[in-house]
Design a protein around this ligand. Structure first.
Ligand code: SF4
Ligand code: SF4
Length: 135
């Protein structure tokens, strides 16, 4: 069977569409107001803020999967409640976890965390991250 080779642009569009399909959220409506990040209790330890994650997805930038943000997210739903555009950002984070796990990309493991990270990371975020990998 011949493999269809996607161009860079097609790959970006396909990645964005995958997130849209899984999250059921129209992230294209985001206008970067930052309300989601402003209320996120875990933002201090995230590689990218929630609004930055949304922007990367809008661009179809798969490098968002290499960040810790969606693993740190504790699914508290504050961002989703604050978004003036009705975007369910927590669901977007969930879809990134799903894509990452399906692709067998690395995720948070106790062994990989440094002593400093273990001291700094919010315990609730760690616990929810581990739980997400077993559910
Ligand atoms: S659901 Fe996740 S991203 Fe949203 S505010 Fe809570 S911790 Fe932050
Ligand atoms: S609150 Fe909504 S519109 Fe504002 S930056 Fe976050 S996702 Fe975008």
């Amino acid at each position: 069977m011949s493999m269809v080779k996607l161009t860079k642009t097609e790959k970006r569009i396909a990645f964005r569409q995958k997130v849209l399909d899984l999250a059921g959220a129209n992230i294209m409506r985001c206008y970067q107001c930052g309300e989601c990040s402003g209320g996120c209790p875990e933002s201090a330890v995230m590689d990218l803020l929630p609004n930055q994650v949304i922007h990367k997805i809008q661009l179809g930038d798969e490098s968002v999967l290499d960040t810790n943000t969606f693993w740190i997210c504790s699914s508290c739903l504050i961002c989703s409640a604050r978004c003036p555009k009705g975007i369910d950002i927590a669901k977007v984070m969930e879809s990134l976890r799903e894509i990452s796990l399906r692709a067998k990309k690395s995720y948070v493991t106790l062994e990989a965390l440094t002593k400093e990270e273990l001291e700094e990371l919010p315990q609730i975020a760690l616990i929810s991250s581990f739980k997400k990998q077993t559910s």
